[in-house]
Write a new protein. Structure first.
Lengths: 260, 69, 389
């Protein structure tokens, strides 16, 4: 299968995994392994100095997985930029999932603040992967300022609704010069297969795996779905039969025409 | 009594402040290897924890990676 | 395997080289000849309107010739779906047939002896009056490479005068520098058409012997400059008859896709200039003259790969041909064209760039368009809505 290339770096897996909502760090680590992923997202939070809890980073082998810090919690560009710089200081990695979500109910991304932050962060040397609503014009504008990918949502975070933004994502895929990673709301492996069949370059899944009854098995299912979808896409799927209405011939004139 | 603002809350220290960031983390039982520190809005490199001296009334943010989507 | 194209950071010259579509390799002839009927049926079963080189190869292949009627039907449906039944009407205004270039195929070649003339701004406006009186509100400025007289200042001034009468002004002129395109754009030119003529480097060298146009690479980046200058529309074309149309179509398709992805705010159109009789140009030297069936295949194949690109046909083509092409993908057409400067007001007896084949009046042409079930549109975009006087 062909490689996924982001910011010049090659990846075999087209499934990115979010690490939130798992019952335990141990389970999270097993699921990550089963998924075959090479990129996992993490968030930055204040250390709870009253309680010492186990540190998740110790279970993620940083030689195997690219840690993609996200700026979740940021409500505007300034907060996102600050979180970005903190995460770069923490890991030395300049890859960043840019997430600016002022809306606490649906966690929908703010397009204006995201574009603003993206421009600042790209100039500051970050490799920016912005999370956005499925807005084709916004996607082109982010590409213009130099983001490494665009990450349009399929449906709101954690909703498991699948791809409710299909038409818009198809346009983004058609028009984009950078990899398109469908993120958020992918609830079933079939949703992931669908996204890949549509032509997405990769997908990001978190809730659907973390909250499944058997996250490790579910991670495996998602892995197969991502691969199946990609292979199908490259094999050129046929479209559904389309009833052509009988119409008078359009090339009949060629038989009698004078070709000078 | 010495006071520092840590993660938005005032923390009172009996006696003197921990001298450096490293010492503060030891006092709080927080593993320095996985934490990012910001003092008065400025990020402090981990290598400098040992040599960064704390002062009264400083505002410190201690942040680490946690699971997230 | 269907490849999915992304062009971040690569120039069009590099792309054409990578794909060997600039004549640097000969992989395509074999690929095209290897296409079988089963491949065509598969390609036609795929969702229409999205570009991939693999798909375009199949649609332009000799094997697809059997499926021409099916392709035409699909092109007809797709065009109506995306463009409705509207056909934009425009007229060309030739302001000069002086030219410094030595293009072997052209009536205006600098070595040819012919009646050369150029119009003053006032004379050009007289022509424009005639054109406007016929109903046109969309005008295309055309000129040979006559930099000394038809310079950017001339074009800017003419554009500003034309804005009083025309709601859409486009240009099909010699290549300008990027800053010059910007000036034109600010003055009110909304689109530029510029033909690469041929994407094959060796062929290009042969046909373009002298003048600024002889530089292939310079010519190739014209479209980039035009889009970067903020022009709303960019027209591409190859001169059909210089080289195997199949390979040229692949190269032009790649160019279009590259432009659409890089300059997402500009709209791409295809033109189909076919070699036509011209004064002092010997027809026998053209090896690849294109028969009608091939042109129909090219028009429909491009339509099936580019759902939203414009397709333009001029009066180079016969009335019969044009009336039928309207039904299978064409979105813009001229009528009553005069390709000699001063031809509309019959003031000067200058030489034409090429012999017009369809010399019907605009009235007759629009009648034919209506009879075909389509609607001629005279005015499509009006800058006055967005600018204050």
């Amino acid at each position: 299968m062909d490689k996924l290339i982001i910011a010049g770096k090659e990846f075999t897996s087209r499934l990115l995994i979010g690490t939130g909502k798992f019952a335990s760090n141990k389970l999270m680590a097993k699921a990550i392994e089963a998924s075959g992923t090479e990129i996992v997202t993490v968030a930055l939070r204040r250390v709870d100095i009253e309680n010492e809890n186990d540190d998740m980073l110790s279970v993620i082998d940083r030689n195997k997985y690219l840690l993609l810090a996200n700026t979740s919690g940021a409500r505007d560009a300034d907060e996102a930029v600050r979180l970005a710089k903190l995460s770069r200081a923490a890991t030395g990695i300049n890859w960043l999932k840019l997430e600016v979500t002022p809306d606490p109910y649906y966690l929908l991304p703010d397009p204006v603040e995201t574009l603003k932050a993206a421009e600042i962060l790209v100039k500051a040397g970050f490799i920016v992967l912005p999370y956005i609503n499925a807005d084709p014009v916004l996607a082109k504008k982010l590409e213009d300022v130099g983001t490494a990918t665009v990450m349009p949502l399929a449906s709101p975070i954690g909703s498991n609704q699948g791809i409710t933004t299909r038409a818009a994502i198809e346009i983004i895929i058609e028009q984009s010069n950078v990899p398109v990673i469908v993120d958020a709301g992918l609830g079933l492996p079939s949703h992931v297969a669908q996204a890949m069949e549509m032509g997405a370059d990769a997908v990001l899944v978190n809730t659907a795996i973390a909250t499944a009854a058997d996250p490790v098995a579910m991670a495996k299912a998602f892995k197969f779905a991502a691969e199946a979808g990609r292979i199908a896409r490259l094999s050129g799927p046929a479209k559904a039969g389309d009833k052509a209405s009988a119409s008078s011939p359009l090339t009949g004139f060629l038989r009698g025409s004078e070709n000078d | 009594m010495a006071v520092l603002r840590i993660n938005g809350k005032e923390k009172v220290f009996d006696g003197s402040l921990p001298a450096t960031l490293s010492e503060l983390l030891i006092t709080l039982k927080v593993d320095a290897a996985t934490v990012v520190a910001e003092v008065d809005g400025e990020i402090i490199e981990r290598e400098k924890f040992d040599s960064f001296y704390l002062k009264e009334e400083q505002s410190i943010e201690l942040v680490r990676f946690v699971p997230g989507g | 395997m269907i490849s999915i194209e992304k062009y971040a950071g690569t120039s069009i010259a590099e792309l054409l080289l990578q794909k060997q579509l600039d004549g640097s390799g000969d992989i395509w002839r074999e690929k095209i000849d290897r296409v079988m009927e089963a491949d065509v049926e598969k390609a036609l079963a795929m969702p229409v309107g999205v570009f991939s080189l693999e798909r375009l190869i199949v649609l332009i292949s000799p094997a697809a010739r059997k499926y021409l009627e099916q392709m035409a039907q699909a092109a007809n449906r797709l065009t109506i779906q995306r463009f409705g039944r509207a056909v934009r009407m425009y007229a060309p205004l030739y302001v000069s047939n002086y030219c410094n270039n030595g293009c072997r195929y052209c009536g205006f070649n600098r070595t040819h002896h012919y009646q050369r003339t150029r119009l003053t701004i006032d004379q050009a406006m007289k022509e424009a009056d005639v054109i406007a009186s016929e109903g046109f509100r969309d005008i295309l400025l055309v000129s040979g490479e006559d930099r000394k007289f038809i310079d950017v200042d001339y074009l800017v001034e003419l554009t500003q005068r034309l804005r009083e009468k025309f709601s859409y002004i486009a240009a099909e002129i010699y290549q300008l520098e990027p800053e010059e395109y910007e000036k034109l754009s600010k003055a009110g030119v909304a689109g530029v058409t510029i033909y690469q003529e041929t994407y094959d480097r060796e062929q290009y060298k042969y046909w373009h012997q002298a003048g600024k146009k002889a530089d292939y690479d310079r010519r190739l980046i014209a479209a980039d400059s035009i889009c970067s200058a903020g022009m709303r529309e960019i027209g591409l074309g190859v001169l059909l008859g210089l080289k195997d149309w199949r390979i040229e179509t692949l190269a032009m398709g790649l160019h279009a896709n590259y432009l659409m992805k890089r300059y997402w705010k500009s709209h791409v159109s295809f033109s189909f200039p076919r070699i036509r009789p011209a004064t002092e140009v010997e027809r026998a030297q053209f090896e690849y003259l294109m028969p009608d069936e091939d042109l129909v295949q090219m028009v429909t194949a491009l339509r099936l790969c580019f759902a939203d690109a414009g397709e333009v046909i001029s009066t180079r083509e016969s009335a019969l041909f044009r009336d039928n092409l309207i039904k299978i993908g064409i979105t813009k057409t001229s009528a009553g064209s005069k390709t000699n400067p001063g031809g509309y007001s019959e003031v000067k007896d200058a030489t034409e760039q090429f012999k017009v084949n369809d010399d019907r009046s605009p009235e007759l042409v629009t009648k034919a368009i209506k009879q075909a079930g389509f609607e001629p549109v005279w005015k499509d975009w009006d800058r006055a809505f967005v600018e204050s006087k």
